[in-house]
Design a protein around this ligand. Structure first.
Ligand SMILES: Cc1cc2nc3c(=O)[nH]c(=O)nc-3n(C[C@H](O)[C@H](O)[C@H](O)COP(=O)(O)O)c2cc1C
Length: 234
């Protein structure tokens, strides 16, 4: 019996019927995990020339983090693109606590205002640029915690990465790719990696080298094309 079905049974035993999401008999089969993806598609592919909406999502909330300065640089670089609408979404604005929802995200039975606000914001977009730092050879907990809150809001969308660390944040992004695969996010191959030694002054002021800065546009090209493509299957 899968963990999901076990959770479903326990939930039914301890909560009133009205507060419990639909049961998931399909969980024992190969049916998709998501139960009721009542999430509005961001761009309507039937609307001619609809631009894909891309969110640059920050991945940190600690005071002094360089994360937002990198995200703001990304936004400035892509601002004049005519093939996508790009916005910065700062995770810190949502004040998400450590995951505190009673039900797995697949139920979409959100209880908390912060979760509902985060869900509504993510639902607006067709694709994501995650700005990723590396903590202990993996992606930082603020971002992975925020990803755990949602599911359908990310499904069949596209993502790319801008990472930084002593090894360019490469190990963090490899782990993030596994998480995003489970959320059915298509992550593009090209990756932007900034070195704490070469792309930051005193490890704190973001001053990207020309060579690494030049890797952003090809990554965003791949992302925009996949963001458009996946809108047709949602
Ligand atoms: C708890 C912690 C663990 C870290 N582990 C790594 C690591 O494994 N690899 C790495 O390249 N940098 C590591 N760093 C250094 C960070 O990449 C660097 O401090 C970076 O500026 C952090 O990003 P932030 O400013 O967004 O917090 C670590 C930093 C912290 C605070």
């Amino acid at each position: 019996m899968s963990w999901f079905k076990i959770f479903s049974r326990k939930s039914k035993a301890s909560h009133s019927a009205a507060s419990v999401a639909p049961s998931v008999s399909a969980a024992a089969t190969n049916a998709p995990l998501v139960v009721a993806p009542e999430v509005s598609a961001a761009a309507d592919p039937l609307v001619e020339n609809a631009l894909p909406k891309i969110a640059i999502i920050t991945g940190a909330s600690r005071p002094g983090s360089v994360n937002k300065s990198v995200a703001e640089w990304v936004l400035a670089q892509v601002a004049d693109r005519t093939d996508a609408d790009v916005e910065l979404v700062d995770i810190a604005d949502f004040n998400l606590p450590l995951l505190d929802e009673a039900y797995p995200a697949a139920y979409q039975n959100y209880q908390n205002p912060a979760t509902k606000a985060w869900s509504a914001r993510v639902s607006e977009f067709d694709g994501f640029i995650f700005v990723v730092h590396e903590y202990n050879h993996t992606a930082g907990p603020v971002l992975t915690n925020a990803l755990s809150y949602l599911n359908a809001e990310f499904n069949n969308k596209a993502a790319g990465f801008v990472s930084y660390g002593s090894a360019g944040g490469a190990r963090a992004v490899e782990h993030l790719r596994e998480i995003l695969s489970e959320l059915q996010v298509a992550h593009v191959r090209n990756q932007v990696m900034f070195s704490l030694f070469n792309d930051f002054e005193n490890f704190s002021e973001f001053k990207p080298t020309e060579q690494n800065a030049g890797t952003l546009a090809p990554m965003v090209d791949q992302l925009v094309s996949w963001a458009k493509g996946f809108a047709t299957i949602r």
